[in-house]
Design a protein around this ligand. Structure first.
Ligand SMILES: [Zn+2]
Length: 337
């Protein structure tokens, strides 16, 4: 099979590799669609993200969907032919965090395209049977792949406690900000304002149901009059994070989703005086059933985020799409083509 292998900074090759075999409790999936994530681009451009360093060749990709073509021991053969969305991180399911239901915090997590684990940007991939989630036939291959970033949006809103009547500010209108906004609406938020500098993405946010947008290069958040009960920080930009926090209402909650630098200056007296809760997020746990329901019911539209399709041998073009084209939101690679 062919696989997109990152060997070093800006050194990506399409390599022939043996088709993996499904072990006990696993399924083999023929991959239909893989969304390009900012982390894939970051590994390609820098060879590392924080403590995770690409030290040996690694297959990229972790937002993926496909069809089960064979099963390992202990898995029902009836599953062959099922269309699935792949949850790309498999924890050990036995440690303290896993037993507490927080499997995203499992220290033994094996996550696609996080060194040294290979990702799914290949014609075939194996995954734990319970992490290959069946999707309805009405759902597109793209949408099934994009349940992964949608899960980030679901998790961010769960961490925020978004509920009926919440007023939510989202800083950053990239794919995660756009799904976080849609999830906030689905969770009952009545005011969902998205802030960014990219007018194309802000127009898309409005189209997808945001109640307002702020072009932060023209209007600072502090001039907007907003007083959100929740800030979902999805930009990773220190200035936006600070401005967003300064707008948050008393007893509000801030969820840091975007990845920027390793450190951040907090407007501490504001956080103290208003008893604002600030929390991090790390991926997600138990989000696929919710993500499937939201996408299948049309409450959240992830197909609308897709701005380009690429065959596997144009993986580098797909990785560059976001930088070259301001109207690009989400590139999808089809490994079979
Ligand atoms: Zn664990």
């Amino acid at each position: 099979m062919r696989a997109a292998v990152l060997r070093g900074v800006r050194d990506l090759v399409i390599e022939q590799r043996p088709v993996p075999r499904a072990g006990a409790g696993e399924v083999l999936v023929r991959v239909s669609a893989v969304g390009v994530c900012g982390s894939d681009v970051h590994y390609y451009e820098h060879g590392r993200i924080g403590d995770f360093v690409v030290e040996a060749p690694m297959v990229l990709g972790h937002e993926s969907s496909g069809v089960i073509v064979s099963v390992g021991g202990g898995v029902s053969p009836d599953r062959v032919g099922e269309r699935v969305s792949i949850e790309p991180g498999v924890p050990d399911l036995t440690c303290e965090q896993c037993l507490a239901g927080r499997y995203n915090l499992c220290p033994a997590m094996r996550f696609y395209a996080t060194p040294p684990i290979d990702g799914s940007l290949a014609e075939f991939v194996v995954v734990h049977a319970a992490f290959a989630h069946t999707v309805p036939d009405s759902m597109s291959d793209d949408a099934a792949a994009l349940l992964e970033p949608l899960s980030v949006g679901v998790w961010a809103n769960r961490r925020a406690g978004t509920t009926a009547g919440s007023r939510v500010l989202i800083t950053g209108a990239g794919p995660v900000g756009l799904v976080a906004a849609q999830c906030a609406i689905a969770f009952g938020a009545t005011e969902v304002v998205v802030a960014d500098i990219n007018p194309h993405r802000l127009a898309l946010a409005l189209e997808l149901g945001a109640t307002g947008v702020i072009r932060v290069d023209e209007t600072p958040i502090s001039d907007s009059g907003l007083e959100p009960t929740i800030l979902l920080e999805c930009s990773g930009h220190p200035g936006s994070t600070r401005d967003g926090i300064l707008a948050v209402a008393r007893a509000g909650r801030v969820v840091l989703v975007g990845m920027g630098g390793d450190e951040l200056a907090l407007p501490l007296s504001h956080v103290q005086n208003r008893e604002i809760e600030v929390t991090g997020t790390f991926r997600y746990a138990n989000t696929w059933p919710t993500a499937i329901a939201l996408a299948a019911s049309g409450r959240v539209d992830v197909d609308r985020l897709v701005t380009g399709h690429f065959p596997l041998d144009r993986t580098e073009d797909a990785l560059a799409a976001g930088k070259l084209d301001p109207t690009s939101v989400k590139a999808v690679i089809n490994p079979a083509s």
